[in-house]
Design a protein around this ligand. Structure first.
Ligand code: SAH
Length: 213
């Protein structure tokens, strides 16, 4: 077996052993190579199950956490999905394999620009990235079937709850930055919102306003 094939097998084995069992999610993660989303010093560690630094002082999430969050969203192929926190674009690329349409926003222009380039190279034509403060969602594209937030807020932002369709699901980390945060799933019913706590996680904070670069 080549080194690359072996690394890929190990990557998928680790995902499964950490609870990523949904075959559509595993197929998407097999297809989207994490390598191109990591530039510079850490590029050779792309297949480790670790969060890694990216530009603008942000991080690309740990692959198993990407898998578990994607799985918790239970995306169907007709869904329109909003991701808040584009970062490297890796999570959005995985979502693009499962949903009809993906919108992703980040407060850093540079991250959005670099992610767009990768989406274009990989010919992921159903993902659109915007520079915006994602705590306000995307009113022009709303409502959404699924919303994923990949930065931690103290509480689910009101505009995001409002932009979730009835029957829709939002997955997000909540809690103060640098302490233990919880990944939660919010399901919108006709009569209100249901909250489930999924697991402890650690994400960079959701920050107000646009970044300087
Ligand atoms: N999903 C990314 C990892 C995200 S790291 C990936 O797959 O690589 C969290 C990202 O959230 C950072 O890029 C940060 O800039 C962004 N972020 C933080 N607060 C934000 C806000 N209010 N609106 C939009 N993006 C925000």
């Amino acid at each position: 077996m080549t080194d690359e094939a072996e690394r890929k097998m190990q990557f998928l084995y680790t995902l499964r052993s950490k609870g990523v069992t949904d075959s559509r999610v595993l197929t998407a993660m097999e297809k989207i190579d994490r390598g191109p989303f990591i530039r510079g010093l850490f590029a050779n560690r792309a297949y480790e199950d670790m969060p890694l630094p990216i530009a603008c002082g942000q991080t690309i999430s740990q692959p198993s956490v990407v898998g578990l969050m994607t799985q918790a969203l239970a995306i169907s192929s007709r869904d329109t999905v909003l991701e808040v926190g584009t970062g490297s674009g890796y999570q959005a690329a995985i979502l693009s394999q499962l949903a009809r349409r993906v919108y992703t926003v980040d407060r850093h222009r540079r991250l959005v620009r670099e992610a767009r380039q990768i989406f274009e190279t990989l010919q992921l034509s159903n993902v659109t990235a915007f520079t915006a403060d994602g705590s306000f969602g995307l009113p022009d594209q709303a409502p959404f079937d699924r919303i994923l937030v990949t930065a931690a807020a103290e509480d689910p932002p009101g505009p995001l709850l409002a932009q979730l369709k009835i029957g829709g699901i939002m997955v997000l980390p909540v809690g103060q930055s640098d302490t233990v945060q919880s990944l939660i799933r919010v399901t919108r019913h006709e009569t209100g919102f249901e909250y489930d706590e999924l697991r402890p996680v650690r994400f960079v904070p959701l920050v107000e306003g646009l970044g300087r670069d």
